[in-house]
Design a protein around this ligand. Structure first.
Ligand SMILES: [Zn+2]
Length: 131
């Protein structure tokens, strides 16, 4: 991200989201480790970007209680960040690259390996190519 002002705004938004616990799962990645994804100029971030809501028994509807996750996400996207969902992506333990863990198509295949029960690495790191 070349624009210093945009970079500062992204930092402030992320700091706010963490401080106020708006995006508890917010995570930043160093790069994409998934085939078909180009690294954006801005940051690669994952979180739960959905509005928070609760069930209103009286009206039997879900009522939005906090729309900051989506609004912050919209702003981050406009500032050049690439947004992913925290339940579909995780980080390579070696290079902090973004690894897709949920299929996005019928032909999708994992680009990661489990080195042991709790260590996930991208295939590049597993083959020793990233460092
Ligand atoms: Zn890696």
């Amino acid at each position: 991200m070349k624009d210093t002002r945009a970079r500062d705004r992204v930092s402030r938004l992320c700091e706010y989201a963490m401080r106020e616990n708006v995006l508890p799962d917010l995570r930043e990645y160093a790069r994409y480790c998934e085939p078909g994804y180009d690294d954006p100029e801005g940051l690669i971030l994952s979180a739960d970007w959905n509005d928070r809501d609760s069930y209103d028994a009286a009206t039997r509807t879900r009522v939005v209680t906090d729309n900051r996750p989506r609004r912050i996400g919209d702003l981050l996207e406009r500032l050049g960040c690439e947004l992913e969902w925290c339940d579909e992506w995780t980080a390579c333990e070696e290079c902090n690259g973004a690894i897709r863990t949920q299929p996005d198509s019928m032909s999708w295949t994992p680009s990661y390996v489990w080195e042991d029960e709790c260590t996930i690495v991208c295939t590049e790191c597993a083959e020793g190519g990233a460092l």
